[in-house]
Every structure is written in C-alpha cells, then in structure tokens.
Design a protein around this ligand. Structure first.
Ligand code: HDE
Length: 749
C-alpha cells in the first residue's frame, strides 16, 4: 500500500485509504491527536530511519559487499559504466540540494508544544485555544532574512519566527518576525525590497548585510520603511539568542467566535528569558568566531534540558473600534502601542526537542501565512494579501511540486481527505475510482464539513468601494511611529541605533543616497539626523528634495497628498524598549571561568555550584587544552583553551584565585585581552584573591571609566573566599550588561 518499502517503520502513518470512503486519504493520523503534545513526535518517529545495526544496501534494498571501490578492469582501471552501485550513489549525491528559500534561507528549528492558559472561546473558536489540558505540538523555525543558507547567524537583520501548530483542526502557521512592523505596506513592493537588500546582482556582494548602496538607495526612497528601519538598526537586529527574542505576527488578523463575532488581533510571543541583544562590535567578532552562534545556542539549550519558553500574547480590538486609532490597523508599518491596547498573555509555548535531521525537518518545513484554522481569519492588510499567494508558490519551486504537504514535517495530524491527486513525489496511494465532487459512487465522500462541525468558513465581512490602486489615507503617516519608537528607547539603545546607522550609511559609496537618508531621518527627528551625520562627517543638508512618495497614485488629487499626516497623540511606549523587558535571572547564561595550572580549585567549585544552582552554565577557559593541575593536587577538566574561544562567547567572566594560575594568566596576552574585551562589551567581571591581579593587568578598573562612581559590573574580592561575592555576581549578570559603563565612557570621550 505504500511506496516506502516493507519495513513497517517506513510506512507513512495513515496512508491506508479511509475504509468508509471511496476516496484517497492524505496522511491523516487521527490517533496522533491525543492532546499530549506528542502526536507529531510519534508520527515522525514512525517514519524515521536509523542505520544502527542495519546492513548497507542500495535504495532497492540490495545488500552491498564493497562500498570502497568502483568496479574496474584490473586493479588500475579503467572504471566500468556498468557499475550501478557507483551510479546510484553519485546520482543521488548530485541531486541532494534543493533551492534555498529566496528569503529566510538560513534557519534553525525545534519541536515543542503549546498550551493555552484558559478557555479563549470569548475571543475565538480556534480549538487549540480552548482547553488548558491540551498540548498542541508545534514546530518553530527561526531565521535571518537576507543571508544565504551558509551565512552567519550574526548579521544585522530581521529574524523570522515561524510557528507551525499541528492542531486537531489542521495545521495553523503563525509566520512572524522578531519585529512588530514591516518595511513596506503593500506586497507589490516586496520583490523590490528583497532585490535591494540581497547581495548586489552584478558581483553578489555583500553577503547577509544591508550595509550597501542598493539597500539604502531603495530605503531612502521609501518613507514608509522608516519605522521598520529604526527597528532593524536598533539592537533588536542582533539578538543575544533566538531564545531571547520577542515574536510578532505583524499583521492584524481576525479572531472569530462560535457565534460569528469577529475582532482584530495582533499576535505576540514574549520570551520568558527576557529580550536581550548583543552589541555590534561583539556581533562582528562572534560572527568570525562562531557563525553558528544562534543555532548552537538553541541546540545546546534544548539538548541540555533548558527548554526555551514564550508566552503567546494577543492585542484584541473589537471590530467597532477599527477606525478608532490615528493609524490604520491594516497598515503593517504600524504597531498598536501596548499602552493603548494591552497584550493579554493567553498561553505558553515550550521548545523541548531538537530535530533528528536538519534537511528533512528544518529545510523541508513549509510555512504559509494562509494556513489558518476555524476561529482565525485574515484582515484586509494589503501586505498580507500578497503573502497568501506567495507561500504556496514558493514551496512549489523549492520543494519540487504540489505534494510538499505530504513531506513528513508538513503533514497535519488531523486527517486530510480530498480529491487532489497525483503530481510529483505523491506519498499516498489514493485508492478508489472517485476523485471528484459531487459524486454518488463514493457515497458523496469526502463530504463538506459544516462550520458547526468544525469546518472553516470565511468571516462574512462587508466590503464596498471602487476597484483601484490606492492606500488608505492614514497609511501616509510614515514618521510618527518611527519617532515614537526612537523616543521609547533608553539612552544606550538610542546610542546603539545611531552607531548602527553611522556604520551602515558609512558603507554606502553614493553620496546622494546618504544625503537622502539624512533627509529622511530629519523627518523622523532632527536630532537623530544630526547625531548620525556627525559620525558620517557629512552635514545634514539644509534642504533636501525628498523623493515623491512613490505610493501616491497618478490619478489622485495632489492636494490630498500635499501634507503628511502626523499622529501627535503618540507618547513614548515603554514596552518597546528592551531595557524594560529584562526580568533579571541568569538562567542559561554562560560564564567563563579563567584558570591555569595552580588554580584554587575551591573557589572554582564554589562558583560553578552557585551558577549551576541559578540555572547558568560555566566553562573553564585556560591557556591550553586538556586538564589543569590545581593547587590542592586535584585536576580539573578544561572546556576551552584561550586559542579556541573568546570572551564574546560568554555573558560574564570569573577569575579564580591561585598564585601560580594567575601569574600564568597575567603573562598571557590572550587572557588579559579576554578580560579587557569583556569589560568593553559591558559585561560583569568578578575575581577573587590573586585573580584580581589579572583584572588589574587587563587595564580595567572598579570605577566607571570617567571616575564618576563604582562600576556595578566589577566585583573584585581581593582577600578571602569566594562565598560573599556570589550573590552579587549573579545579580550583576542578571542585569545583562552594565550600560552605565558605556555611558561613562561616552562622557569621558
Ligand atoms: Fe515572508 N516569505 N513574505 N514575511 N516570511 C517567505 O516563503 C513573502 C513577510 C516570513 O522559516 C517565503 O517558504 C511576501 C512578513 C518568515 O520557512 C516567501 C511578503 C513577515 C519566513 C515569502 C512577505 C514574513 C518567510 C520564502 C510580502 C512577518 C520564513 C520561503 C507580501 C510577518 C519561514 C518561504 C520559514 C518566508 C514571501 C512578508 C515572515 C517567498 C511575498 C511581513 C518568518 O514565500
């Protein structure tokens, strides 16, 4: 009955036809939807092949005697074309690659489950949002947008945050980003945006970077992009970890209840580890040292049992309030400030299992903004409209045909039955002669599902108007929310944003593009343009002819577009600042313990135990690999030598005591640099007893760089045992970084 051979482990679950129907069934597994959250795991396990203990065969199951030598004439050849073993192996290899995603090519993914906190039937009839006892399996793929599959995790970029819920009513995909707004308002501009940010077509440079002429040329001509550009230039563009990012559905969607009441909804993911980022100089170094930094971090956290968690938040706006705001709910370049519409946290997602095979799962997963379930529907956002077409289209190319939904990772847990047939790589045998509807020969099956019985019916919204290429009038306020975002940031966040713009525009060769961008920033906030211009050494032009807004239609009355609408009601929104999204705690943080031969093992063990108890990890970093001989005669395993790691791989540094150990470290330029670098990335540094002299040798001190006070991120205990400093160390790491150090350095100049 299947095309996967006789091994029962290779049978696609549910591939047998529905006995009650004369129509084919599409990998349905009713049994797997048991509410335990394990359904998808079991479905995948049933078709997972492992080589352990197996014999080597061809793809036809033929046992292979010699997989080391090609069939030749004599010992030295020539090789024979007859060698079907060689041909099969090489041919398969030649075809191993599929096209990478045109955007979001580089990703990392994991399995987990979602559980709602309480019945949400007052908001939506979606089944997975009703019963707190039910765990819905999820598969989540994070990604960068612009880079190729082999690029670095550390690019300054938007991060994709795509969640596939395998619900009892079919797959629901929430395909979002780690920023709440988007660059463009209308899908028709998406290919232009992507062409502008991707490597330039003549020389394919630069990889995974927006810091080049074509991107800024385009952006400088697109006032609607200013809000999103500020998000990308903020530290949100360089997350500390995928586990420490927020996620956003971006568009307004609809919730629909059982009685047909609809409201608008914006989706949020709130990470329980807080929202944290790297700083740019650090990201540049991590990129060279470990371009897989984010992937590895996610993998190791899940592997080590530190399962990342996010709460699902919703901002709900009743239909009657659709026009209540100064911005348009259908405009994806605008967010709803949380102070206007609070985020209700309605459930939690936990990622608890790494993939078994990157290609089969992370690469072949196919998300689609149009995969919804009853109770969730679309708004008329013109950006969303384009997405609803694009995602299927792209999978047809990427995954090679119309049956990509039958690839294991994409199969729903809910049974799927219809009259679609055939096509490349069909995985089911659709038995019977009835492949049409209506029919009597198949008893009318599969039958349509009334909405009362869980079928999907589009919310009946009333629409009127002329058919034309236009945007709503509120769409033309391009700068108010950009300014709101800027004004909501802490001073250090603003300083990083300014530095990012200086870096990016500093890489732009065409002077007119830079000037035009300064003109755009001037519209957001004159002080911003001024600050950016200082680093560029280019004055803000006294007057600059800003481009015509390209989205003004040619048949429009120019007077209607003469003045730009401004939302003067917007106040700074504290919720937008990462500074306010840091819960403290050091769970899953990684701390370097610097040590050499002769180290005081007691201080190391005490610190390791305390960090572990607080949920953090520690690694011994030494001048060499292997093991350390400690002062008390014991030995200690080294995790990294100074050759193979850098301070940028850690959240904080502890220098253990021991006279010989510290003397060796102080002589080692790598050890001194380690501490120095961590200090200038504003991390917590602690040292005990002799360890303090390495900190002294690293040319960093306990007072802030401008001498204005004690540095709360520097904890030096020159005498005694480590115990009294442990709580302070953990508390200081929980602050993520010590921005007063950066502030003081800026003051000092
Ligand atoms: Fe996507 N987007 N997108 N996008 N997008 C894709 O689909 C597209 C947009 C997002 O991990 C592609 O399977 C259009 C917004 C994520 O597999 C493609 C438009 C948001 C991912 C596509 C947008 C996203 C994609 C490429 C404008 C945030 C990765 C490969 C109308 C809400 C999903 C693929 C994964 C991927 C099209 C805009 C998020 C080409 C046409 C806005 C997270 O179909």
């Amino acid at each position: 009955m299947t095309i996967l051979g006789n091994d029962p482990r290779n049978q696609p679950p549910g591939s047998a036809p529905d006995p009650d129907s004369d129509s084919g069934t599409d990998a349905g597994v009713d049994d797997a939807v048991d509410g335990s959250g394990d359904g998808k795991r079991e479905q995948l396990a049933a078709i997972t092949r492992r080589g352990d203990g197996e014999r080597l065969t061809t793809n036809q199951g033929l046992g292979i005697v010699d997989d080391q030598n090609t069939l030749k004439v004599g010992d030295r050849g020539p090789a024979l074309l007859e060698d079907f073993l060689l041909r099969e192996k090489i041919t398969h290899f030649d075809h191993e690659r599929i096209p990478e995603r045109v955007v979001h090519a580089r990703g990392a993914a994991a399995h987990g489950y979602f559980q709602v906190y309480a019945d949400q039937s007052a908001l939506t009839k979606a089944a997975f949002l009703q019963d707190p006892a039910v765990r819905t399996p999820v598969f989540v793929r994070f990604s960068t947008v612009a880079g190729s599959r082999g690029s670095s995790d550390l690019a300054r970029d938007v991060r994709g945050f795509a969640v596939k819920f395998y619900t009892t009513e079919g797959n629901y995909d929430l395909v979002g980003n780690n920023m709440p707004v988007f660059f463009i308002q209308d899908a028709i501009k998406f290919p232009d945006l992507v062409h502008a940010v991707k490597p330039e077509p003549h020389n394919e440079i630069p990889q995974a970077a927006s810091a080049h002429d074509t991107f800024w040329d385009f952006i400088s001509l697109m006032p609607e992009a200013m809000h999103m550009v500020l998000w990308v230039m903020s530290d949100r563009g360089i997350p500390r970890s995928l586990r420490m990012m927020e996620g956003f559905g971006v568009h307004s969607f609809r919730f629909v209840t059982a009685d047909g009441t609809s409201s608008f909804v914006k989706f949020h993911w709130k990470p329980l580890l807080g929202v944290h980022s790297l700083i740019w100089p650090e990201a540049l170094q991590v990129s060279g040292h470990d371009p897989d930094f984010h992937r590895r971090d996610l993998w190791e956290a899940i592997d080590g049992g530190a399962f990342p968690e996010w709460e699902l938040g919703v901002q709900v706006v009743p239909e009657a309030d659709e026009h209540r705001f100064a911005f348009d709910l259908l405009d994806a370049t605008k967010l709803i400030p949380e102070e206007l519409v609070p985020v209700q946290r309605i459930g939690k997602m936990t990622l608890n299992r790494n993939v078994d095979n990157y290609f089969a799962e992370t690469e072949q997963v196919a998300f689609h903004a149009g995969h919804v379930v009853p109770g969730i529907d679309f708004s008329d956002d013109p950006l969303l409209a384009g997405r609803l077409f694009s995602y299927t289209d792209t999978q047809l190319l990427r995954l090679g045909g119309p049956n990509f939904h039958q690839i294991p990772i994409n199969r729903p847990l809910a049974s799927a039955h219809n009259h679609q047939r055939d096509g490349l790589h069909r995985q089911t045998i659709d038995a019977g002669r009835v492949a049409y509807s209506p029919n009597t020969l198949g008893g009318g099956c599969p039958m349509q599902v009334p909405s009362a019985a869980g079928g999907f019916s589009t919310h009946a919204a009333t629409v009127t108007g002329d058919k034309r290429r236009r945007r709503g009038p509120k769409f033309f306020d391009h700068y108010s929310q950009a300014a709101m975002f800027l004004n909501s940031l802490a001073d250090w966040e603003q300083a990083h944003l300014v530095a990012a713009l200086q870096f990016e525009l500093g890489k732009v060769v065409t002077a007119a593009v830079v000037e035009r961008m300064l003109g755009q920033l001037q519209q957001v906030q004159p002080a911003l343009a001024q600050r950016v211009s200082i680093g560029l050494g280019i004055p803000v032009p006294a007057s600059i002819e800003l481009p015509l807004n390209r989205s003004v239609p040619e048949d429009a009355d120019p007077a209607a577009f003469a003045s730009v609408p401004v939302d003067s009601s917007l106040l700074p929104s504290p919720a937008l600042s990462m500074a306010r999204r840091q819960p403290g705690g050091i769970a899953t943080r990684c701390i370097a313990i610097l040590a050499a031969n002769g180290v005081d093992a007691g201080s190391v063990h005490a610190m390791q135990d305390a960090l572990l108890a607080a949920g953090a990890r520690s690694k011994i970093v030494a001048p060499h690999g292997g093991a350390l001989h400690c002062a008390d005669g014991s030995s200690m395993r080294i995790d990294h030598s100074l050759l193979t790691t850098r301070s940028v791989m850690f959240d904080a540094v502890f220098v253990a005591g021991g006279a010989d150990s510290v003397a060796e470290l102080a002589r080692h330029s790598g050890a001194r640099h380690f501490v120095h670098e961590a200090y200038w990335h504003f991390k917590t540094i602690a040292a005990v007893a002799e360890g303090c002299s390495l900190v002294d040798a690293a040319d960093v001190g306990e007072t802030l760089p401008d001498g204005s006070g004690a540095d709360p991120g520097m904890l030096l205990l020159r005498e005694g045992a480590v115990a009294p400093m442990i709580d302070g160390f953990i508390g200081a790491i929980g602050r993520h970084r010590h921005w007063e150090r950066e502030r003081a350095a800026l003051r000092r100049g």
